[in-house]
Design a protein around this ligand. Structure first.
Ligand SMILES: NC(=O)c1ccc[n+]([C@@H]2O[C@H](COP(=O)([O-])OP(=O)(O)OC[C@H]3O[C@@H](n4cnc5c(N)ncnc54)[C@H](O)[C@@H]3O)[C@@H](O)[C@H]2O)c1
Length: 321
């Protein structure tokens, strides 16, 4: 039995990870600056919520973080607390504190308490824009061309994680997540992916952004599965993995949504996110044995129906092929 502390544990991906850890029988501590009115209240049932220890905490406060780890006998750490792209742009000094200084607090905690494993989230944003890369499917060790404060700090976090692994034996596995979507995705650039599904599901008119892009649709349950797998696997050669779930044009997803909700009013705008979405995930498959289980159609329908369930509306059917 493990006791897992999840930083950012009441945020989007964190909430799904918390639920999966509870289902696995672990003791879970969700450590977050914002424990209330966050994604977790949208994701967990009241019974599940009652089984989680919620700790309001700031990863910049190393004393409080260390005390929490000791007090709860934490064995493993999942680190998902972060600012996302827009928030980093709005406040670079804060971003540096949270993603630079506080990331070192996380690594020092893993080192000091001899934690079994640290699993954490980098981002595909480290690779820059498609025109920065020579390969169509960017390899795991491709050069970084960070174009935003967020991407630059994720790149720094990768360097730090590798350094703590080689210098101090801190056993960590990181993932370069792509466009994670699902109910609870309330912040960040790729929130557009969830927005594309929410309004049509509720019968409301919607505007679809980045209609010229081809995106990796990463249903949040697949992201959570990678994290669970990383906590379970014995050992790996690679410290930070590219991820890939289902690469599809944004317009194709909008068309699917229209087939699920005939007559849906959706205005698809042009443009792209400027983010590299196409990654070579062969190491993830080889070393972690991870295979995505949520193709776009399945994840999209699940997301739409969860929005409807929350609004007391009956479920939508999969369109006839
Ligand atoms: N969702 C995606 O599409 C995506 C893509 C690539 C990478 N990622 C990464 O995955 C991780 C989780 O992202 P998410 O989508 O769940 O974001 P999110 O914003 O929903 O969750 C992040 C959580 O971190 C918390 N937090 C922020 N600063 C904190 C601090 N100082 N101390 C404690 N908690 C703090 C926030 O309150 C929030 O609940 C992040 O590291 C993010 O960069 C996400």
């Amino acid at each position: 039995m493990s006791t897992v502390l999840v930083t950012g544990g009441t945020g989007f991906i964190g909430s799904y990870v918390v639920r999966r850890l509870l289902q696995r029988g672990d003791t879970v501590v969700a450590y977050d600056l914002v424990p209330d009115q966050n994604a977790i209240q949208m994701v967990l049932t009241p019974e599940e919520a009652a089984s989680v220890t919620l700790v309001r905490g700031d990863i910049r406060d190393s004393l409080h973080l260390f005390r929490t780890i000791k007090e709860h006998g934490v064995t493993d750490l999942v680190h998902l607390a972060s600012l996302l792209i827009p928030a980093c742009n709005e406040n670079p000094p804060l971003a540096v504190q949270i993603m630079g200084d506080a990331f070192v607090n996380i690594l020092e905690a893993a080192r000091t308490f001899g934690l079994r494993r640290l699993v954490w989230a980098s981002s595909v944003a480290v690779f820059g824009s498609p025109e920065d890369q020579r390969e169509e499917y960017v390899s795991n060790d491709a050069p970084h061309y960070p174009r935003t404060v967020y991407a630059g700090l994720k790149s720094l976090e990768e360097v730090l994680a590798k350094y703590y692994a080689s210098a101090y034996g801190v056993d960590s596995i990181g993932f370069r997540f792509t466009a994670a979507y699902g109910v609870g995705r309330i912040r960040g650039v790729s929130a557009f992916a969830t927005a594309l599904m929410e309004k049509p599901a509720l019968g409301q008119p919607s505007t679809v952004l980045y209609g010229d892009d081809v995106v990796d649709w990463e249903y949040v349950e697949d992201a959570a599965s990678m994290i669970l797998r990383a906590l379970e696997v014995d050992g790996v050669n690679t410290r930070i993995f590219n991820t890939r779930c289902d690469i599809r044009p944004v317009r194709e997803v909008a068309e699917f949504v229209k087939r699920v909700v005939p007559g849906a009013q959706m205005e698809v705008q042009g443009g792209t996110t400027g983010i590299v979405w196409k990654c070579d995930d062969s190491l993830l498959r080889q070393e972690l044995g991870f295979e995505p289980e949520w193709p776009m159609e399945r994840g999209c329908l699940a997301t739409m129906n969860e929005f409807r369930r929350r609004a007391n509306l009956p479920p939508l059917n999969a369109p006839q092929s």
